[in-house]
Write a protein that binds this ligand. Structure first.
Ligand code: GRF
Length: 228
């Protein structure tokens, strides 16, 4: 039986789209199905992407949206096995994190533990990376625990930071990596082969410029290097 996956997203949902496309491309080999997309923002584009695929959606209750459903109820009612955070900007309540320990993952657009924690999301991350003059950034997929960006790291993939980078160009480069890396981790997770406590898998992208960052090559590199 295939695993039931929920994706939580607050924004555009490009990672959600990459996951849906990857699982669809795997066809009968996919280990899970996205059965629910939930958001704290009723207008999130991620919800439109889900509806376009006929996937159930839910709005999560927050102070701004008291009409929503508590996150624990949303996940329980959908009988999900795994929870995938894809651009979800809120801290998941501790009781919900505990209920899905080892079964909830997040993607972060930097090489954790650097450039993570409260306030480190979206362009703030990339601006901090550029201001720090570090030579590499990247994407990190990690298990979710009760602190922002602190759970055990599953996989990382580095990209170079170029001298002329803006937050936008760096975000684009990292997002390309996220789109290749995260769906493969989700497939591995849904196969039941990933557990907290395993050593993280770390890879490096060789291309220096966005134009060179060929998606197919990148996906092949990640599959080869990380075994996903
Ligand atoms: C990604 O950069 C992800 O790492 C971060 O939020 C962004 C979400 O983008 N957590 P999208 O909504 O998947 O397009």
């Amino acid at each position: 039986m295939r695993a039931r996956i929920a994706v939580l997203a607050s924004g555009g949902g490009s990672n959600l789209q990459a996951i849906l496309d990857h699982l669809a491309a795997l066809g009968e080999r996919r280990a899970g199905d996205v059965v629910l997309v939930a958001s704290d923002r009723p207008a999130a584009r991620a919800l439109d992407r889900a509806r376009a695929r006929g996937i159930a959606t839910a709005v999560i209750r927050t102070s701004a949206h008291p009409e929503g459903t508590p996150i624990g109820t949303v996940l329980r009612d959908a009988r999900v096995d795994y929870v995938v955070l894809a651009g979800y900007l809120r801290l998941v309540p501790a009781d919900v994190v505990r209920a899905y320990a080892g079964r909830m993952v997040n993607v972060h657009p930097a090489l954790l533990p650097a450039f993570g924690g409260p306030g480190m999301y979206g362009h703030h991350v990339h601006e901090a990376v550029i201001a720090a003059h570090v030579r590499e950034s990247g994407a990190t997929v990690h298990f979710v625990d009760e602190e922002f960006d602190q759970g055990a790291i599953i996989a990382q993939w580095a990209v170079p930071v170029s001298a002329g980078d803006s937050a936008d160009t760096l975000a684009d480069r990292v997002l390309r990596v996220e789109h290749a890396l995260y769906p493969r981790v989700v497939q591995a997770l849904a196969s039941g082969t990933l557990h907290p406590g395993q050593p993280a898998r770390v890879g490096r992208a060789a291309p220096l410029h966005l134009a060179d960052l060929d998606d197919r090559r990148l996906a092949e590199d990640i599959e080869h290097a990380l075994g996903f």
